[in-house]
Design a protein around this ligand. Sequence first.
Ligand code: ATP
Length: 353
Amino acid sequence: MAKSVTLKNISKAFMNDKGEKSYAVTGVNLEIGQGEFVTLLGPSGCGKTTTLRMIAGFEDITEGHIYFGDEAVDQIPPNKRDCTMVFQSYALFPHLNVFDNIAYGLKIKKMTKPEISSKVESVLDIMNLQDYRDRMPNQLSGGQQQRVALARALVMEPGVLLFDEPLSNLDAKLRLVMRDEIRRIQQQIGITAVYVTHDQSEAMSMSDKVIVMNKGMIEQVGTPMEIYQRPKTKFVADFIGTANFLEGTVKGTEDGRLLVETSSGVLRIRRDGYKAGDRVIVVIRPEAVSLAKGSQHQGVVKKSVFMGQTQEYEVLFDGQLFQITEHNPIQEKVYSVGTSVSLQFAEDALHVI
Ligand code: ATP
């Protein structure tokens, strides 16, 4: 049965080359609900894999506790924990065919032959692997091998399923297919899943909740939309998608909107929790700006690239290069390099931190 996972004040220190303690993860608190799909996302070295490995039991915890449901699992060895990990490298047994690879863990558990057979058959069905049941791993493509690796994890019916960058070895197109497939199966079975990736589009498209990590700590936990539209820090805004920033000072409120004075004029932003005098940073996504002729908020086009569905601009504005995306570009309305343009902000789409 799917289990919840709770991390209470988890830290992990490794010894560095000089024999000193160096923290890879510091004070992580996290609650993952039963059947939830969460992604640990962040730049290289931020502590995602170490956190996942502590949940699996492959790394000791330096401080804190981990619970599956109500049970503390810190002292339980990995093979006795109710979780299974899917690795980037697939880690299939080369001398066993697909059926036997999937059956392996059940045999170790000493299940009866009929039980094993019925469980493996049902996973082969779910994963659309029936046609490959007798093949050896070296007769499978990378994507098929990863499906077998996932099937081998699912057949164990773990309380928690862990994924360590499972799609990194696949080509871009197959990654998209596998992403949908993993999410479909996770929802179909209702399993709790913790997924590590540094690919933000993977995290955004698959997860109920995204956990953004930076330097061993959690920066923000939220739904993909919250993380994108309401980042709590500059780091999150910058790491998820593209963001432009303008510094400003809150002047007051008007009709439920904050009046934020920037060096390029006043912006009216729908946001609570700030008072007059607060220094803020306005987060402006590329699609929250459109270009027009005019004298307000003036900038100069430095780059203008047609991408099919969009026109991508870089505009020198307020002493910095603003990234701007216009959807459905029309030839007559495309601005070329060197043109003076007026930036128009979709104020409802602006955010303040
Ligand atoms: P990546 O995306 O590159 O895999 P990550 O976010 O998963 O990065 P971790 O692998 O968790 O990061 O590493 C976090 C930090 O801990 C890094 O600074 C790393 O060098 C360090 N670290 C990880 N494992 C060990 C180890 N066994 N001994 C010493 N330091 C380690």
